[in-house]
Design a protein around this ligand. Structure first.
Ligand SMILES: [Zn+2]
Length: 220
């Protein structure tokens, strides 16, 4: 088995919000929190956003990928999975990669923002539609998220590595409220090891070039 470990370092330009299942006095939408009472970017949010990006990029390049999130439009045969399902899994096939919650470093404090719902037809505020959202303090913020797992061979591990890095580089924002300017990513740096060794950039570039149809992603 091949052990792949990716450490994603995020720098967020703006405050972050993803609605958790907590209740907080004064907020209609409270932030997601880890069991130790710190604010986090939930693992499911990270994985979902990266999967969406990977799917979108490969499809743009004409690669054969299935479309989520409904199980009957996703790959069904375990030995004929598209690259996205091989790396991120689907309802029938668990992902080899396990994502951890993204941790803010240093820890962040929260604030309450108000917003109003605007009618698209009348371009005016809808009556009685004032709401309150709990967000992190304003950016820039730094967060670190780790994902790791075991792949059956080097080839599949490299595919996982190349796809996560590619999706991360093309991820403009994470979490909810993007149109209200929340969760915009300034940059993501990915540190990666395969069996505790660094992964040669050249091997990843070969895969990116294949997917993009001969164009070198790094040079374009
Ligand atoms: Zn698939």
């Amino acid at each position: 088995m091949q052990h792949l470990r990716l450490e994603l370092h995020f720098i967020l330009d703006t405050a972050f919000h993803t609605t958790g299942n907590r209740w907080r006095w004064g907020a209609d939408k409270a932030l997601a929190m880890a069991p130790d009472d710190t604010y986090v970017i939930p693992a499911t949010t990270l994985k979902g956003t990266l999967r969406d990006r990977a799917e979108m990029l490969l499809r743009t390049w004409g690669q054969d990928v299935c479309s989520g999130p409904t199980p009957n439009t996703m790959c069904s045969e375990p030995d004929r999975l598209c690259p996205v399902c091989q790396v991120f899994g689907n309802p029938r096939f668990p992902s080899p990669l396990c994502f951890q919650d993204g941790r803010f470093e240093p820890d962040v404090v929260a604030q309450i923002r108000s917003g109003i719902s605007i009618s698209r037809q009348r371009h005016a505020a809808l009556p009685r539609r004032l709401f309150f959202v709990e967000t992190t303090s304003p950016g820039p913020l730094e967060a670190i998220a780790i994902c790791e797992g075991y792949f059956p061979n080097r080839e599949s591990a490299l595919l996982g590595c190349a796809l996560v890095i590619l999706a991360a580089q093309w991820m403009p924002a994470v979490g909810g409220g993007r149109t209200r300017g929340l969760g915009w990513i300034e940059k993501i740096k990915v540190e990666v090891t395969l069996n505790s060794e660094p992964v040669p950039q050249q091997q990843l570039e070969t895969l990116w070039r294949e997917w993009s149809g001969g164009h070198n992603v790094a040079e374009d």
